[in-house]
Design a protein around this ligand. Structure first.
Ligand code: C2E
Ligand code: CA
Ligand code: CA
Length: 541
């Protein structure tokens, strides 16, 4: 375990060093002073001896029963055999008299110490109980409020994790499974090489605090842990997260709830926009890191820091691989693995998107060749962005690459999303017609995420409709979603399109899609995106 990111400090008044020191000195001074007072006022006959209760009670309250008892004994002796009954005539106290007082003083010290110890213990217990979630035992926001802790790191990354599909998990598998999932996450995150603190502010929300290195690396680090497959009570879980991250300086090394508003906003933004993660955009901060990222992209392509993963699209009738989809990844030398959702939108804002797509076409065709050399007649699909489609040279350039590789063009499919198609439908139609004439297949990606109707889409030369994965999350539990998907499948087939359902994560959803006549399916249930060698093995077995 690396160095701790926070340190416990004693917060209670009774435990404060300065207070204890002051009271200790007061007790030590009070003993001889009270002795002197009683002696000076004429001896134990008079009322002043009761002053002795002050140091005894203080000793018990502040230092516990042992010290209380010790001070009681000393006080009992000071006001006992060595204190005359009357100083004036020199009479001593009777043995029974001072022994009884000695006994009472000692008992007072002991009882006050014991009682204050017990009170302190129950206060700590109440504090501890109110600072953790009773179901998951993860610290809650009270923990932050009374955090008797000091952050040792000046700059920390704050992360919000939202569980998007909490309702599906709790409805289908029960709330116990969900609580166990959170407990497992807590255990997992707090047993990593980098120390983290987890807080559960809400039933569907977790906060993480980690010493900051670089916001993107921190996010990657978190996502790698979060994206591990999870099984609770032998039930494999699909958990849909939206993650937001920000960073903050701990003012006077303290952190309060307010500090989490930025990562909460970022996570909400991710959730609403159906993104896995979002970095809080405080203008300059994000723009700078975006700029740095995009500046290194050309080099990444040249030095092969980018690579393709392949995810199979299964034929639901034969259970065989119908085709594979090429999905780009970027292995950044310092930031680690970067997913396309992070860099494609940035690349799309620049001309680099043309270089990227050319690179993908080139690599995908090499893969197609490899597959046909191994006797596989599986097709391959690539993702094309709107910027590519509206580039007047895109068609010619792509055809040139295809001709160079001498591959069967009908095995290549381009995927374009519904929203991208609508940027300029007339122009898109023209380019897609050119490709279709050459024998290339065209798939409409993420269907349902936009607002176009299938009837409107018939004007485009489409072969395949890919139903967006958002519908698959709760298709089994929401009858309306079932109706939308089955109607889409039926209508698409009537219109002569093949249908792919995306994002299938379990057997039940797969079975349901087969039952409504869906042709193909893609998703983690069949296989996650894989490296070249793995997908070749997957297809051959
Ligand atoms: P997409 O085209 O919709 O690709 C499918 C995405 O869903 C992939 O994410 C894939 O890993 C993920 N996925 C597959 N099965 C499941 C599942 O069962 N559950 C869940 N939750 N997700 C699943 P990935 O690889 O991160 O790609 C994200 C997006 O980035 C792609 O969405 C695509 O729009 C874009 N992209 C990826 N590669 C390229 C590329 O080479 N060029 C362009 N222009 N865009 C690309
Ligand atoms: Ca796609
Ligand atoms: Ca898609």
């Amino acid at each position: 375990m690396s160095q701790s990111i926070y340190r416990e400090i004693s917060g209670s008044f009774f435990k404060k060093k300065e207070v204890r020191y002051g009271v200790g000195v007061l007790i030590m001074l009070a003993l001889p002073l009270v002795y002197a007072l009683v002696y000076a006022t004429g001896g134990i006959t008079y009322v002043y001896s009761h002053t002795m209760y002050i140091p005894i009670l203080l000793a018990g309250i502040f230092f516990g029963p042992k010290f209380g008892l010790a001070i009681g004994i000393i006080a009992g002796i000071l006001l006992g055999p060595i204190m005359p009954l009357s100083v004036a005539d020199g009479t001593n106290q009777e043995l029974a008299n001072w022994l009884y007082r000695f006994f009472i003083f000692s008992l007072m010290g002991l009882i006050s110490g014991y009682a204050s110890d017990e009170l302190r213990k129950s206060a700590v217990k109440i504090d501890a109980l109110s600072s953790i979630d009773p179901e998951t035992l993860i610290p809650n926001t009270n923990f932050l409020k009374h955090m008797n802790k000091v952050m040792l790191e000046k700059e920390v990354s704050l992360i919000t994790i939202l569980v998007n599909n909490i309702d599906s998990i709790t409805d289908i598998l029960g709330v116990d499974v969900y609580h166990q999932l959170l407990k497992d996450l807590h255990l997992d995150f707090t047993h990593q090489s980098r120390e983290m603190l987890m807080i559960q502010p809400d039933s569907n929300k977790l906060w993480l605090i980690i010493a900051k290195t670089d916001i993107e690396s921190d996010l990657n680090y978190i996502m790698q842990i979060l994206n591990k497959s999870r099984t609770v009570h032998q039930i494999p879980l699909y958990v849909d997260y939206a993650v937001g991250i920000t960073s903050t300086i701990c003012v006077e090394q303290h952190l309060d709830i307010q500090a989490f508003s930025e990562c909460d906003i970022a996570a909400r933004h991710a959730q609403i926009n159906n993104l896995p993660t979002f970095i809080f955009d405080d203008g300059k901060l994000k723009k700078r890191s975006d700029y740095e990222l995009i500046s290194s992209f050309t080099q990444a392509l040249e030095q092969n820091h980018t690579f393709l993963m392949y995810q199979p699209i299964m034929d639901l009738k034969t259970n065989k691989v119908r085709s594979i989809e090429a999905l780009i990844r970027w292995e950044h030398p310092t930031k680690g693995l970067i997913m396309p959702d992070r860099f494609i939108p940035l690349v799309e804002e620049t001309k680099l998107i043309h270089l990227l797509t050319d690179w993908v076409v080139e690599k995908a065709l090499l893969m197609l060749k490899k597959m046909s050399d191994q006797g596989l007649d599986t097709g391959i699909s690539i993702n094309v962005s709107a910027k590519n489609l509206y580039d007047p040279l895109f068609f010619d350039r792509t055809m040139a690459i295809i001709k160079k590789h001498k591959v069967d063009i009908s095995k290549l499919e381009i995927e374009i999303t519904e929203t991208e198609l609508m940027v300029n439908p007339a122009e898109a139609k023209e380019v897609l017609n050119q490709f279709a004439k050459e024998g290339l297949k065209v798939a409409l990606d993420d269907f349902g995420s936009g607002y176009s109707s299938l009837a409107y889409l018939t004007q485009f030369p489409l072969d395949v409709i890919k139903i967006d994965k958002i519908f698959m999350i709760d298709i089994l539990t929401r009858p309306q979603i079932k109706q939308i998907v089955s109607a889409t499948v039926a209508l698409s087939r009537e219109l002569g399109y093949k249908v792919v359902a995306e994002g299938i994560e379990d057997k039940e959803t797969s079975d349901y899609l087969t039952s409504i006549g869906c042709d193909y399916a893609q998703g983690y249930y069949y296989a996650k995106p894989m490296r070249e060698l793995d997908i070749l093995k997957f297809m051959i077995q």
